[in-house]
Design a protein around this ligand. Structure first.
Ligand SMILES: Cc1cc2nc3c(=O)[nH]c(=O)nc-3n(C[C@H](O)[C@H](O)[C@H](O)COP(=O)(O)OP(=O)(O)OC[C@H]3O[C@@H](n4cnc5c(N)ncnc54)[C@H](O)[C@@H]3O)c2cc1C
Length: 547
């Protein structure tokens, strides 16, 4: 009997729209930005926690793999890891969409895997809850919960999305760990605090992240040790005022000044100044212009093309983008400090300043007089401001289409780089907040990616005053075999040479999770021992961060 038939027998109430056979599931989930060949035996849109429990039991009894996904949009990293010889059943959690307010004064909200950024924002608005959705550049259609499980981040006040999670509700795939005396909740992993709390309030574990004893919730992130069915998130309150700042730096040699400015701002105004982006000219151009070589080309922009586009679009060598949030008086004071410290920049703009407000007025009232490049710059600027305020949008997604000759990114539609057949891999290493290392990194990227005809697009997302994550998108034509090989060679060289310089990614794509992590190291041997205890049959995403 096929796995699909076994699932049909086990879940007779699941119609064809909830339980997909191999060919339907494969056609829906086949395309991905990594050009991976994925074979799926079935996909099931689970409707309840008890059905997840039944699925786990079925997978153990029949030795197949369960691959959970929430929104399944891990573009550039891969939502579905490869198989290990066994058949894969995709556990689609997107129908679990409940949002529960744990405490509306404190901003503690529990979300299920199917709650997207767009849905949470709508929920907060509909219920007059004055809190901010923790958005990412991936946009409104992506799950809040799975991004936290990936340990992703954004640029709102709650930058580190897993840090903002106080409690996960998880089913561990080891029936021996279930408490079957408790029929309703016995399959759910219970934290130590929850177990000790004898009140009827069911509250305290939602408000404290670290539990007691070994911190176990962390084991369910970047791993295949449990299926998470809800997360309690500590949302940031809406600020009285949020102001974006933009520093344009025309002289490439002033990168060091930019680093000083960012480090000091994040250190001195922690909590008020959130994650700050530093982008180079090529990355800025990719946001506001079409690929001058055409999307079918595998050639990088030439220096003369870059200079011409820079001039036409008033693009600097480097640009710093950040936000200040808080009480109006505090924001005003910080603005004044930042203004003082940003003398090295060629232009400093604040989103509540005259120039930007004027730009907004002209865009809203006289859009037709604006050259296309300038209009799209103003649009991107305001979409960026919305992101910082927790309003998700698709402003970052066209990047994935830079070398896609098949589909134009029309932001009026819901964009999906997987099904639109974009080619994208991320190289996302951690960089010390240190001028020498940052310069070394810039040179490393600008020397390495052109060898593979990959455009060196650089963004530094400065998470804290002492830590930066660089996100380098490797954009290629996913339908061109040579381009795919080049892109993968490129990301592998970046990893291999990068670690020699101390640049280590915070997150890996599903192929590098297998090839680049050292199974014999102390860390991974320990992780494997824990995985064995949690999932003795190794049925849950066996290749996910499990070398
Ligand atoms: C242009 C662009 C910009 C981007 N910007 C950002 C950004 O700013 N920040 C950022 O972090 N990322 C960003 N991304 C990367 C990525 O698209 C997002 O991180 C996205 O949110 C991850 O996909 P997902 O949430 O749909 O996760 P899924 O694909 O649903 O899940 C990812 C993995 O988590 C595991 N998983 C998911 N749900 C569960 C569950 N309930 N229980 C157990 N395991 C589970 C699975 O193993 C799965 O493989 C960007 C991508 C693009 C193309």
């Amino acid at each position: 009997m096929s796995i699909y038939e076994r699932l049909k027998n086990k879940f007779p109430n699941y119609g064809d729209e909830l339980l997909l056979d191999s060919s339907t599931a494969s056609s829906l989930y086949h395309d991905n930005t990594l050009a991976l060949q994925i074979k799926i035996s079935s996909a099931i849109y689970v409707q309840s926690e008890l059905d997840i429990v039944a699925l786990i039991q079925l997978a153990i009894d029949n030795n197949f793999i369960l691959q959970p996904i929430s929104s399944g949009k891990n573009w550039g990293y891969g939502s579905i890891a490869s198989d290990d010889g066994r058949e894969i059943v995709l556990v689609c959690l997107e129908h679990l969409k409940n949002i529960k307010v744990i405490d509306k004064e404190l901003g503690l909200i529990s979300v299920e895997p199917g709650v997207t950024q767009g849905a949470l924002k709508q929920f907060l608005e509909d219920n007059n809850l004055e809190f901010i959705t923790p958005v990412t550049g991936a946009g409104p259609s992506c799950s809040i919960l799975s991004n936290a499980l990936e340990r992703g981040y954004g640029i709102t006040e709650r930058t580190d999305h897993f840090y903002a999670v106080n409690r996960l509700r998880t089913i561990v795939p080891n029936p021996e760990l279930w408490n079957l005396d408790d029929k309703l909740n016995g399959h759910i992993f219970e934290s130590a605090i929850e177990g000790l709390d004898k009140s009827d309030e069911d509250f305290i574990h939602h408000s404290f992240k670290w539990d007691i004893g070994p911190y176990i919730d962390g084991l369910f992130t970047q791993s295949g040790m449990g299926i998470v069915t809800a997360a309690t998130i500590r949302l940031a309150p809406k600020s009285e005022k949020t102001v974006m700042f933009y520093l344009k730096i025309k002289d490439a040699d002033k990168l060091n000044d930019a680093v000083d400015f960012i480090r000091d701002s994040l250190r001195d105004f922690e909590g008020s100044v959130s994650a700050t982006n530093l982008m180079d000219k090529r990355r800025l151009l990719s946001m506001v212009t079409a690929n001058p070589n055409g999307t079918e080309s595998h050639t990088n922009m030439s220096n003369s093309q870059i200079e011409e586009l820079k001039r036409a679009n008033d693009i600097p060598e480097w640009m710093i983008v950040g936000s200040i949030s808080g009480k109006s008086k505090v924001v005003k004071a910080i603005k004044s400090y930042l203004n003082e410290r940003s003398k090295f920049a060629d232009e400093v703009l604040f989103s509540d300043g005259t120039k930007i407000q004027l730009g907004k007025w002209v865009r809203d009232n006289l859009a037709w007089v604006l050259p296309k490049g300038i209009k799209s710059q103003i649009d991107s600027l305001f979409e960026g401001i919305d992101i910082a305020k927790g309003k998700p949008n698709q402003v970052a997604l066209p990047l994935a289409y830079w070398r896609n000759p098949r589909v134009l990114p029309n932001k009026g539609n819901v964009l999906n780089p997987d099904s639109d057949q974009c080619g994208l891999l991320w190289y996302a290493p951690l960089i010390p907040m240190n001028k020498t290392k940052i310069n070394q990194f810039v040179n490393f990227i600008r020397e390495t990616t052109p060898k593979y005809n990959i455009e060196p697009l650089i963004t530094f997302t400065n998470l804290k005053h002492d830590c930066i994550d660089a996100t380098i998108p490797i954009v290629f034509d996913v339908k061109n075999t040579d381009a795919v090989k080049s892109a993968k060679d490129c990301v592998n060289e970046l990893f291999d040479e990068g670690v020699k310089l101390g640049f280590v990614p915070y997150r890996f794509n599903v192929e590098q999770q297998i090839t680049k992590l050292a199974p014999d190291s102390n860390h991974w041997k320990t992780a494997k021992a824990i995985k064995l205890a949690m999932d003795p049959n190794n049925i849950l995403a066996p290749n996910r961060y499990n070398p």
